[in-house]
Design a binder for this molecule. Structure first.
Ligand code: PLP
Length: 451
């Protein structure tokens, strides 16, 4: 019950925030979120804020579901912790694994758990290299990823990621990770036809494999739709060509479903929406709707068969944590029984899409694209030429995000792209509010940009 200013001062003095210029917070003070219900956050000053980001793209079932709290409390009383190393297991991890095998497409039938998406992608790096070594091809150790991708913040997953700002700090990337260009037609496609551009960007994978030699390439990793890179929705031509190339060279395909998974794109997994057949899927975030930390890798029978034949010297204290597994299982039950994924595909999803696309009429917006419930706006000073705010990149996005925040709407900005990824339970009334506040914030940002 301390006053906000005192809490902010303590926060600035003792808490180092991720991805934040902490000295700026010292002057401004962080907004203190105290409660949340559905899609609405409440802050320490009593403001109600519409969270159009679902936290960090994760609170798929919305905030404040008592069922998850009850399951967690019950599990903590019964068995708060036990490990899954050295031939032991427990009921929550068994039940969750069986459920994930049922939901996952194709023959993705076994799960290796982690505490987060970053840890899961670290697992994937070691898993695919171990797979090829066990197959008698230890030199097949290169992983190809994409520029501007985000796959986590650990040194392994950050290396898979292609964000130059991250690579500039702390010694990344680790060796034998290569990056090709992203299928980002709006900013990089120039005068080309989007589908031709998509094909050309996919063919960079083939060129890279040829350059390195297929016998050196273990895997390609990508999100079905790049999220933190700015919700980059690829042209339709892109994924079929990537799939063809992976098949042709026997390169394993890792779909990072950390954002796209668990209903975000209108199917259980983004791989189903984009018609991809991955060998491994990375999962986290929506798996527990963020109520408990958990991540994992769901792997195909082909990989599991080889990996199960050796001892994989890898694992985390919290691999298959019983409380996280129980919470995740309850979250999946709610997603399934309340037909939340179907609503994204057929009801509230299309409604949000219509409202979102209408924002393209705003003078500041060059394109408004969305799949399921993940969307982006490209801010532009000149619609026709798809120009960007070159002088001080990110300024327009930053100003727009600030205006949203002042108007009690959380949207994220990635450079000059504005992002939404709301809880999947958002109602039509709340979608109207989201669209109204977004438009008003764009208006105010446009005025500020002219100043
Ligand atoms: N992969 C993707 C696609 C992500 O968006 C993220 C986080 O935003 C991660 C991996 C890393 O997950 P975590 O933050 O749980 O480590």
């Amino acid at each position: 019950h301390m006053p906000t200013a005192e809490l902010q001062a303590l926060d600035a003095a003792h808490h180092m925030h991720p991805f934040t210029h902490n000295n700026e917070l010292e002057q401004k003070g962080a907004r203190i979120i105290t409660r949340a219900k559905g899609v609405t956050l409440t802050d320490s000053e009593g403001n109600h804020i519409l969270d159009a980001m679902g936290g960090l793209w994760c609170v798929n079932i919305g905030y404040g579901r008592d069922e998850l709290a009850e399951v967690a409390a019950r599990q903590m009383r019964e068995l708060p912790y036990y490990n899954t190393f050295f031939q032991t297991t427990h009921v929550p991890v068994i039940a969750l694994s069986a459920k994930l095998a049922e939901l996952a497409p194709g023959d993705l039938n076994q799960v290796f758990y982690a505490g987060s998406g970053s840890e899961a992608n670290d697992t994937n790096i070691r898993m695919v290299r171990t797979y090829w070594a066990e197959m008698g091809q230890p030199e097949r150790n290169v992983i190809i990823s994409r520029k501007n991708a985000y796959h986590g913040s650990s040194i392994g997953s950050g290396s898979l990621g292609g964000m130059s700002g991250m690579h500039a700090q702390g010694g990344m990337p680790i060796p034998d990770i290569h990056h090709i260009d992203q299928p980002y037609w709006y900013a990089e496609g120039g005068d080309s036809d989007p589908e031709e551009f998509g094909l050309a960007r996919a063919r960079q994978l083939e060129e890279k494999i040829e350059e390195l030699g297929a016998h050196h390439v273990a895997a390609f990793i990508a999100e079905p739709i790049q999220g933190a890179g700015g919700v980059i929705i690829p042209p339709d031509s892109y994924w079929p060509e990537i799939q063809r190339i992976c098949n042709k060279y026997g390169v394993l395909l890792i779909a990072d479903e950390v954002i796209c998974g668990f209903g975000r794109t209108g199917n259980w997994f983004g791989s189903q929406t984009l018609n991809i057949r991955p060998d491994i899927m990375t999962i986290a975030k929506g798996l527990s709707s963020g109520y408990a930390p958990i991540g994992g890798s769901i792997v195909s029978d082909k990989i599991a068969e080889v990996m199960n034949d050796c001892e994989f010297n890898h694992g985390y204290t919290y691999s298959g944590h019983p409380v996280s597994c129980a919470v995740a299982l309850e979250n999946l039950r709610i997603l399934e029984e309340e037909k939340i994924v179907e609503r994204v595909a057929q009801d509230t999803g299309p409604y949000l899409q219509e409202k979102w696309r209408a924002l393209a009429d705003h003078p500041l917006v060059g394109e408004a694209r969305i799949v399921g419930m993940m969307g982006s706006l490209a801010l532009t000073p000149h619609k026709e030429s798809r120009a960007t705010f070159a002088a001080d990149a990110g300024t327009a996005g930053y100003i727009c995000r600030e205006r949203c925040f002042a108007n009690n709407l959380v949207m994220r900005h990635v450079g000059d792209r504005m992002i939404v990824s709301p809880p999947l339970v958002i109602t039509k009334d709340e979608i109207d509010t989201l669209a109204e506040r977004a438009w008003a914030s764009l208006d105010q940002a446009a005025v500020k940009l002219k100043e």
